[in-house]
Design a protein. Structure first.
Length: 364
């Protein structure tokens, strides 16, 4: 990026995103996502090309299907866009207007899903198609399902990207069900939001919106809305598009060292072997010290990565196998089943047996 690029000034009186220097160089955003945001900007009378140029983004990439932009430039783009439009909730408008095919094969998989449960699951699994800085998780209980989003390594101005995804998901929930669907709860971290902004959020989502939450955003839907089958479901098309998404995401992940480490962690867990730093480092032909340093450069911690994958393995085993809880505990590296139970309480808020009963009541 040229040193002559002029960056937008921070928004006066508003929280400023963390230093871009902390972003891993491989973090990136889907270009077609930016193309849709640009279209929304034109509706405000703003020509986005000049802004793109100013923050070091090549506008010719907007028409390249698989192209991506560096995350640090996109964060500056969001900030400049808010300044140019004067709309601090422009993320809401972008999500409201975004078409599903914008999101590569993920969008096409979403619109052929069999239920809102699957829409939320696809979003949680493949949010990194949109942005490699987006961390998504899905939690079910007896009364509904909650999709939670967090931006890694800092955040966009006014959490615009998170708000955009929540607005998009809400729109899809209503479009695919062909009748009004109202979330049970929406959270978006905007602690300085003015009353008029909160009213605008609540008018769109149709429910109370908590702007005092932490750094995570979430949207929760009731059990009946999550389970309702969609008339337009098409398993063949969804599976085909999900395969396209996986292939594309694998290409994107090649640029991330953290993802390479996660792949080795997953392989060791699947093999029922111990997962220690020296084991993973050896598989990557690195020293343990170099592995830790490379992870630190990308803002990752080895023990957190292991915990994340143990949680996923525990979920899969409890939800989809008949293996005993003791067997599952030993398989994913717990020497004592009581330690596994404590971890499940931390991960899922209940014991392994209670989680197994709960998750099997929900559609998959």
């Amino acid at each position: 990026m040229s040193e002559e690029i002029r960056l937008p000034l921070p928004l006066e009186g508003k929280p400023v995103p963390d230093d871009d220097a902390h972003l891993p160089l491989g973090d990136s955003i889907l270009a077609s996502w930016i193309r849709s945001i640009c279209q929304t900007a034109r509706g405000y009378g703003v020509e986005p090309e000049a802004i793109l140029k100013r923050v070091g983004m090549d506008s010719s990439l907007l028409t390249v299907p698989d192209a991506r932009f560096p995350a640090m430039n996109v964060r500056r783009f969001w900030e400049a866009l808010i300044s140019a439009t004067g709309d601090e909730l422009i993320g809401l408008k972008c999500g409201q207007e975004m078409q599903a095919p914008t999101l590569h094969g993920l969008g096409l998989a979403i619109i052929t899903s069999h239920s809102l449960a699957q829409v939320l699951d696809l979003t949680a699994r493949y949010a990194k198609v949109i942005s490699t800085t987006m961390d998504a998780s899905l939690a079910h209980d007896s009364s509904g399902s909650t999709l939670t989003l967090k931006t890694l390594h800092g955040y966009e101005a006014r959490h615009a990207a998170l708000l955009c995804v929540l607005a998009f998901i809400f729109r899809q929930a209503n479009s695919l069900s062909q009748h009004a669907v109202t979330p049970v709860e929406v959270k978006i971290p905007l602690p300085r939001a003015e009353r008029a902004e909160i009213e605008r959020l609540e008018e769109y989502f149709g429910c109370a919106v908590d702007t005092k939450s932490s750094d995570r955003a979430s949207i929760r839907f009731a059990y009946n809305d999550v389970m309702e089958p969609y008339a337009a479901q098409n398993a063949m098309l969804r599976e085909a598009n999900e395969q396209v998404v996986r292939q594309y995401l694998n290409r994107v992940r090649q640029f991330s060292f953290t993802v390479r480490v996660e792949e080795e962690i997953e392989a060791l867990l699947r093999a029922g072997e111990s997962v220690r730093i020296p084991d993973v480092a050896g598989r990557l032909n690195l020293s343990a010290r170099t592995l830790q340093r490379r992870l630190e450069e990308e803002g990752a911690v080895f023990v957190h990565l292991v915990d994340k994958h143990k949680k996923q393995f525990a979920h899969d085993a409890l939800a989809h196998t008949e293996r005993s809880i003791t067997e599952i505990a030993y398989t994913i590296g717990f020497s004592d089943p009581s330690n596994f139970s404590r971890s499940c309480s931390r991960w899922f808020g209940c014991s392994p047996a209670a989680y197994r009963r709960r998750i099997r009541q929900l559609p998959t």
